[in-house]
Design a protein around this ligand. Structure first.
Ligand code: SF4
Ligand code: SF4
Length: 129
């Protein structure tokens, strides 16, 4: 398998061994993924920072879910439930698009314990007059 820096810039990596439209109609476990899809090849080791989710501020708008390029935002019962750290590559897009004040997702050092990160959460920012 090639490393990320061995692909030509602009390469398109196909995720499925089968027709993509048919694959999307199947359950995840039933699809046949190529060896270079991020389902098969985890990109989690790229991460130097990780997003941490704070349920207390989240309004379940799902912006993070829509914009995450690695489908790493987890949802359960119509609520955002956390981050799939096996596939998240730490790009920070989810944090950028999160609209709450304070944000409900923030980037922390990869080695930070999530419970400790939650204790350091910032307060609501006051609007400038
Ligand atoms: S940091 Fe990037 S890859 Fe990870 S959950 Fe957020 S948007 Fe997805
Ligand atoms: S973008 Fe922020 S507020 Fe919206 S679901 Fe994600 S974490 Fe929650």
């Amino acid at each position: 398998m090639k490393g990320w820096n061995e692909f030509e810039i602009g390469s398109v990596l196909f995720p499925f061994n089968e027709d993509g439209v048919q694959a999307q109609g199947k359950m995840r476990e039933e699809r046949s993924y190529t060896e270079n899809s991020s389902r098969s090849a985890s990109v989690a080791h790229w991460r130097v920072q990780k997003p941490v989710h704070n349920h207390d501020h989240c309004i379940n708008c799902f912006f993070c879910w829509v914009y995450c390029p690695d489908s790493s935002i987890l949802a359960k019962d119509d609520q955002m439930s956390g981050v799939d750290y096996v596939h998240c590559k730490g790009c920070g897009v989810c944090v950028s698009v999160c609209p709450t004040n304070p944000k409900s997702l923030l980037m922390f050092d990869e080695n930070e314990v999530n419970e400790e990160a939650l204790k350091q959460w910032p307060q609501k920012e006051e609007k400038q007059k």
